[in-house]
Ligand binder design. Structure first.
Ligand code: NDP
Ligand code: 8X3
Length: 258
């Protein structure tokens, strides 16, 4: 599907994968609607998108943890145009890395609200805007954490495993509509993810990427563009992308310090 002039809605567009996706879909000449909680950052991303060729770049506050906020965001989308061609459910992240024995309710709740309920709410709100039989896509950001659990990741791995199930269920529910539903599941990527997980501890966040070459936002963004631009009869169900240095979730090659 040619993307020029298509309407693309991206959640979590204020940093990381979402901001990179805004720039990449802008370069294809798309109309963008960007959502996140940090409006100053969204404004910057929208300006970059316009400079990069976006047909338009609107932004609106969005907290996917709130049904009212999601509905207000969808109302903004409807006011801009009667249809959305590509929905990118990207908002989310990890909070803490404590084992179940000591983890905090607030961290669990934040992860369930954004990665799991947020994905469901956003999809429910936007489904009526997705055209049938026109190559529309719902692209969900999962994680290799949804394929393989790790210590301290019970809740995060759980919500990302749920993302895979939601993607599969939605594909079944939408059978016959022509709407494609796909999951893009990255491994280690350097964004603000670790700063959020470690609650602003920059030294601890930097350690995650020390000595290794992680993915960057652009790697994910160009894959999202590829998934959304396949011919309408082609659905890319699931893509797993890891850094070459990450042979498996626990096996990350780190170059010795020189
Ligand atoms: P970032 O922290 O850089 O980006 C996360 C984005 O999600 C921000 O734009 C943030 O915006 C937004 N967000 C978080 N919570 C909410 C909320 N309640 N409502 C609206 N927006 C929200 O990290 P990434 O770009 O890495 O993360 C993007 C997605 O990729 C997440 O789902 C993450 O789990 C997933 N992922 C990340 C990997 C990595 O290693 N980086 C690997 C695999 C998957 P704001 O704070 O302004 O609301
Ligand atoms: C992010 C990748 O391995 O840090 O989803 O959980 S990981």
């Amino acid at each position: 599907m040619r993307l020029h002039g298509k309407r693309v809605l991206i959640t979590g567009a204020s940093s990381g994968f979402g901001a990179a996706a805004a720039k990449a879909f802008a370069a294809e000449g798309c109309h963008l609607l960007l959502g996140a909680r940090r409006m100053d950052r969204l404004q910057e991303v929208a300006a970059i998108a316009l400079a990069n060729g976006a047909a338009s770049a609107e932004f609106h506050v969005l907290d996917v943890a709130s049904t009212a906020s999601v509905e207000a965001f969808a109302a903004r989308a409807r006011a801009l145009a009667p249809q959305v061609d590509v929905l990118i459910n990207n908002a989310g992240g990890a909070h803490g890395i404590d084992p179940v024995a000591t983890a905090k309710d607030a961290d669990w709740e934040a992860m369930v609200q954004s990665n799991l309920l947020g994905l469901l709410r956003m999809t429910r709100a936007v489904l009526p805007l997705l055209p049938h039989h026109a190559g529309a896509s719902v692209l969900n950001i999962g994680s290799i954490a949804g394929h393989q659990a790790y210590e301290g990741g019970a809740a995060y791995c759980g919500v990302k495993a749920a993302e895979r199930s939601i993607t599969q269920a939605l594909r079944l529910e939408l059978s016959g509509t022509g709407i494609r539903v796909g999951s893009l599941d990255p491994g280690l990527a350097e964004t603000e993810f670790s700063m959020v997980r470690f609650k602003g501890d920059a030294a601890r966040a930097a350690k995650v990427y020390e000595g290794t070459e992680p993915l960057v936002g652009e790697d994910i963004a160009e894959t999202l563009v590829w998934m959304a631009s396949r011919p309408p009869h082609v659905c890319i169900d699931e893509v797993v992308i890891k850094p070459t240095d990450q042979a498996a979730i626990h096996k990350v090659y780190r170059r010795p310090k020189t």
